[in-house]
Design a binder for this molecule. Structure first.
Ligand code: PMP
Length: 423
């Protein structure tokens, strides 16, 4: 085994086997150095939408790299960024008018928080409270961790994370509690923004909630002049069955964060979209009101060209029909687990399917997580359960037969784990 100096993300190197090298990606698959073909059932951390190396996107990258590398984005603009901004505005919920580029989901969220706080600051309004949902995940930079759930992931930094207000997750039948909590916070007059993962809490356990609650939260925010920030980093680009999740609740956010599937998963890029009002709050003869955020690789032209190509895939190919077909396949396969005592909370949100393995110790650190991962890998599948939560979020090119094999593997792996844990 070759040794490696690479420190991998979310990896306890003292416990994990050395990483296998991936030699190639194609469609729904990774091909590794052992000659294995692995079904990427979680779209490589939710970024791959249409499939690995979609030809239209890869051609666009090749073409753009004949013309561009990085171009400073404070002095100049370029066609890929301009075309992308226009295209994004066309496809996004109405009311979003301006596009700020960055390079990851976490930075898209940081930008959103700064835009919201800057809007009130520049208008001399004393509002700086941010409301989030329990169990939320918004990224791993310090600001993004502050607005996310607290726990083992951020315990060492906890004393330095800024305080936010949390409303309960809107459990079915108890949703009013969340709405009331948000309204109470708004009544204080100090709330600047609510930041929310629309329709489904992702890394916090793949927990969907009703579109009507999303709609209600938006209505409350509007009533109290509080900015509504949709973190569509995971939900965007078709995952929940529509291009953006907000569409299903007829929600028009003030600020929207997108990344992951923005380039079809081919290159890192993020965008934070905002209304005219948010943009105007930063427009002034007074330079102190400038939006002071940048990163060196802002609006990388090659990544922007990849995203423009992704928009053309959405326009030219039957992507929505593929989402519907994938969603129907999940419904069909999940049926076999309904009422199965090995599982709880069998659920689906568009192209995302999830179910909890009924084992006593839950939580992300539960040993069943890594054990299941290993058993799935032995069966040629990349699935990374969140503790005892098994989920599938495959690329949209996934063939019916491949998905059926993944569900067979879930069936087998669940039985094996339960057998192993039997007294
Ligand atoms: N927001 C949400 C809802 C996410 O799911 C993620 C990543 N899983 C992020 C933000 C952070 O994105 P990134 O990992 O690209 O920084």
């Amino acid at each position: 085994m070759r040794s490696s100096r690479v420190w991998h993300p979310f990896t306890q190197h003292a416990l994990e086997a050395p990483m296998r090298r991936v030699l190639k990606t194609e469609g729904a698959f990774l091909f590794d150095e052992d000659g294995r073909r692995i079904f990427d059932a979680i779209s490589s951390w939710w970024v791959i939408t249409h499939g690995h190396r979609h030809p239209v996107i890869m051609n666009s990258i090749r073409k753009a790299s004949d013309q561009f590398d990085q171009v400073i984005f404070a002095e100049f603009t370029h066609e890929p960024a301009e075309a992308l901004a226009e295209g994004l505005i066309d496809l996004s919920p109405r009311g979003l008018q301006h596009v700020f580029f960055s390079d990851s989901g976490s930075t898209a969220v940081e930008v959103a928080i700064k835009m919201a706080l800057g809007t009130f600051h520049n208008r001399d309004i004393k509002r700086n409270r941010i409301v989030v949902m329990e169990d939320a995940y918004h990224g791993d930079t310090i600001g993004a961790m502050s607005v996310g759930a607290r726990g083992i992931f951020n315990a060492p930094f906890e004393p330095l994370l800024f305080g936010v207000e949390r409303i309960p997750f809107p459990e079915a039948e108890h949703e009013q509690i969340s709405l009331d909590a948000f309204e109470a916070s708004c009544r204080s007059g100090k709330t600047a923004a609510i930041l929310i993962e629309p329709l489904i809490v992702g890394a916090g356990g793949m927990k969907p909630y009703s579109p009507s609650i999303l709609h209600e939260l938006r209505a409350i925010a509007r009533r109290y002049g509080c900015l509504f920030i949709a973190d569509e980093v995971m939900t965007g680009w078709g995952r929940t069955g529509t291009l953006f999740a907000c569409e299903q609740a007829d929600v028009k956010p003030d600020i929207l964060c997108t990344s992951k599937g923005l380039t079809g998963g081919s290159l890192p890029l993020a965008a934070t979209l905002c209304t005219e009002d948010v943009f105007e709050a930063h427009l002034s003869q007074d330079r102190r009101k400038t939006f002071f955020h940048s990163s060196s690789y802002t609006a990388n032209p090659i990544a922007c060209a990849a995203a423009v190509a992704n928009l053309s895939v959405w326009n030219d190919e039957p992507v929505r029909a593929r989402l519907a077909a994938l969603s129907d396949m999940h419904t069909h396969h999940l049926r076999r687990f309904a009422g199965d005592p090995r599982f709880a909370n069998v659920r689906k949100c568009g192209t995302i399917a999830a179910l909890d393995l009924n084992v006593s110790s839950g939580g992300y650190l539960a040993e069943v997580g890594p054990r299941m991962r290993k058993l799935f890998r032995e069966r040629g599948l990349l699935i990374r359960p969140l503790g005892n939560v098994i989920y599938l979020m495959p690329p949209y090119c996934t063939a019916a037969a491949e998905l059926a094999l993944a569900y067979d593997a879930i069936d087998e792996v669940a039985s094996e784990i339960i057998r192993e844990r039997a007294p």
